[in-house]
Ligand binder design. Structure first.
Ligand code: 13P
Ligand code: SF4
Length: 351
């Protein structure tokens, strides 16, 4: 995964990424298998009653299972959830997402209790670099500015100058003086996309998200050809994000209908275009939210097997258990949190 060399062209990255099974392969297991027999409404009422008793706010990422999204106080992308966590006046935050997101909430709200319904809900991208590796990389590039995607551990954030998310990565990089060398980590596809948008050359860590890396350009192109009236929305973590932009520049894909978006930007764009048709190249959990916000819309998954098993570890049963028992607390040592907070707050200030 080590990558202190420049990622020259995303087409190369595209060809080296692992492919997910095609959409026709075995469908993911039903989300509510092994779940209690409660109906949705009764379950939501119980969740809401317990949350109120605890003084808890429930934050859920756009990839969460439908029931969890429906019970949450707020559903959003990484940046929106970080902002909510920072500004809430609730006593407790129950974070329905993956561990690094709950850690970010704990860092931004050190006076609050942060719970995650399953501590094992990790992230393959965050696992692609640790603090020791980052320290070694920094030592090879003294004076370089470290830009870390929020999909990193608190220890890695503590070694970081400024964080970014998929919705503000280019804006964050544009704040860095031209004469400064940049270490961008850990997602090579997001890094390649940011280079293209900003024109800045960066040293990019060769990490990837196994879910998004597997969404390939050929399958998207085929679906786009079958749905010529659809808008194409591609998450920048996708293995094909930069080659999509290349195809736009060659006229192979329509410029006005091809978008590289964070999950939050996908929701916004679909909401602003009610009833449209959209091809969605990201984790499929977002389609529930897209349908809720734009009920007349038609949403086609670029790959139905793009399912993050870590996000899906937060089940309705585990959320109820978390609220009943007050588990599982996510804490970050104060010295690490204090250093990581600086990098996150700089990001939030960029917008
Ligand atoms: P967003 O910030 O776009 O929600 O992405 C988070 C993530 O984990 C993508 O895989
Ligand atoms: Fe991490 Fe990928 Fe899952 Fe997002 S989809 S949480 S980047 S493993």
């Amino acid at each position: 995964m080590r990558g202190d060399h420049h990622v020259a062209h995303a087409l190369y990255a595209c060809s080296m990424s692992t492919k997910l099974a095609p959409a026709t392969a075995v469908a993911p297991a039903p989300l509510l298998a092994a779940e209690p027999t409660l109906d949705l409404q009764t379950w939501i009422e119980e969740v809401r009653t317990l949350a109120e008793k605890r003084g808890a706010v429930i934050l859920a990422h756009n990839y969460q299972v439908p029931w969890v999204q429906d019970a949450a106080d707020f559903v959003g992308d990484s940046l929106e959830l970080a902002r909510k966590a920072a500004e809430t006046d609730a006593r407790e935050i129950v974070f329905c997402g993956v561990h690094f997101m709950a850690e970010t909430a704990a860092i931004l709200s050190p006076d609050k209790t942060v719970l995650i319904p399953d501590l094992a809900a990790g992230c393959s991208l965050a696992a692609s670099i640790n603090a020791e590796q980052l320290r070694a990389w920094k030592a090879e590039h003294p004076g370089a500015v470290v830009v870390s995607y929020v999909n990193t551990t608190a220890e890695v954030k503590a070694e970081t100058d400024i964080c970014c998310t998929s919705s503000n990565a280019a804006a964050v990089v544009q704040t860095i003086p031209e004469d400064k060398e940049i270490l961008f980590l850990p997602d090579m596809f997001l890094g390649a996309h940011v280079e293209k948008v900003t024109g800045r050359k960066m040293n990019i860590w060769m990490g990837e998200c196994h879910v998004h890396a597997g969404i390939g350009s050929e399958e998207i192109q085929a679906i786009a050809e079958d749905n010529p009236d659809a808008d194409l929305m591609v998450h920048p973590e996708c293995g094909c994000a930069s080659s999509m932009m290349y195809m736009v520049s060659c006229g192979m894909l329509p410029e006005d209908r091809t978008h590289i978006f964070s999950t939050g930007q996908m929701i916004k764009h679909s909401r602003e275009n009610p009833g449209g048709k959209f091809i969605i190249a990201t984790e499929t959990g977002i389609i529930h939210r897209l349908r809720k916000e734009n009920p007349e819309g038609d949403f086609v998954a670029a790959n139905e097997n793009a399912v993050c098993q870590y996000m899906k570890m937060i089940t309705p049963t585990k959320l109820l258990h978390a609220l009943r028992e007050g588990v599982y607390e996510v804490t970050v040592p104060t010295d690490v949190a204090d250093r990581a907070r600086l990098a996150i707050e700089r990001m939030v200030a960029v917008g």
